[in-house]
Write a protein that binds this ligand. Structure first.
Ligand SMILES: [Cu+2]
Length: 154
């Protein structure tokens, strides 16, 4: 069978595009990730993503963004005098070989002004941004708050 040349050219282009999409050069690998689905009226929801650094370099996480919320930022919950308080975190350094684990009661992503329409689907896209400007988009499934380990929204 003879394949027309232009079809072959298209096929090669698609193949090349796929290869590029798989090797983005992004130094962090997502081990797990989830977003806590909002309940009606909720103004902020938490997302948790665990990222492993196997890149051979030190990586600095600087933020996140998603179309499913008006604003996304890094947060940390800390216990001060027996009270849980959240603080926004500018950046987090992840050393080579280190696994950064976000979890309720600790480091998390805070999504303000959630888009209830987008957050009623099974998953959302969330982009992680590094200090050097590199970004990578991850697909995060939505989970019910009842499925979170300690029922905390943060
Ligand atoms: Cu928070």
């Amino acid at each position: 069978m003879k394949i027309p040349r232009f079809l072959l050219a298209i096929a090669l282009c698609l193949l090349a595009a796929n290869l590029i999409a798989e090797d983005t050069g992004f130094p962090l690998h997502m081990v797990s990730g989830q977003v806590v689905a909002p309940i009606p009226g909720q103004m902020a929801i938490a997302a948790y993503i665990s990222l492993e650094n196997r890149s051979g370099e030190t990586v600095t996480l600087a933020g996140a963004s998603t179309e499913a919320a008006g604003h996304a930022s890094l947060h940390r919950t800390e216990s001060v005098d027996g009270m849980n308080r959240m603080q926004s975190v500018e950046s987090i350094v992840i050393e080579e070989g280190e696994l950064l684990e976000m979890k309720a009661g600790g480091l998390h992503l805070m999504l303000m002004e959630p888009d209830f329409q987008m957050l009623s689907s099974d998953s959302i896209e969330l982009s992680i941004e590094l200090l050097d400007g590199r970004t990578q988009t991850f697909q995060l499934p939505l989970v019910s708050i009842r499925d979170m380990p300690n029922h905390s929204s943060h």
